[in-house]
Design a protein around this ligand. Structure first.
Ligand SMILES: [Zn+2]
Length: 145
């Protein structure tokens, strides 16, 4: 399914809810493809433990990361490796996330208020992307990092 730039109104941030050192792009992709039976990893961007950004789905392809409030049809999904209910994201991860969010906000002309944690989406019932990363997202929006 196609997703054109004008439809992309939100950026949704996720975590893997796994230990940072034990998870990488390939393991998540394999889980989504083999276990869930999807065509590809569900996210558009993936930030590894070292802050390295990997591309998942193309921006013009509908993601599989947030069904609540029809978000898959109007957002891009960004996943950060780690379990941020139990740990803070690494400095390299936060630097990459800041740069990535800024670039995507500009590219798709999205207001900063529309950068949301998965659990902030109306109708979703999840603690994703974890308490520490949610706190950081509040800061990102407030300070317009
Ligand atoms: Zn999530």
């Amino acid at each position: 399914m196609e997703l054109d730039s004008a439809q992309i109104r939100f950026l949704i941030v996720h975590h893997t809810a796994t230990a940072r050192i034990a998870t990488d792009f390939e393991s998540v992709k394999k889980y989504h493809v083999v276990v869930r039976g999807w065509d590809d990893i569900g996210y558009h961007y993936f930030i590894g433990a070292d802050g390295y950004v990997q591309k998942g789905r193309a921006d013009d392809v509908v993601g599989a990361h947030c069904r609540a409030d029809g978000m898959n049809q109007r957002s891009l999904g960004i996943c950060v490796v780690g379990h941020f209910d139990f740990e803070a994201a690494g400095m390299e991860q936060l630097t990459s996330l800041t740069l990535l969010l800024r670039a995507l906000l500009l590219r798709h002309q999205i207001p900063v208020e529309n950068v949301l944690g998965h659990g902030e989406v109306v109708g979703s019932e999840t603690s994703c992307p974890g308490e520490a990363l949610l706190r950081w997202l509040h800061f990102f929006r407030k300070e317009r990092l």
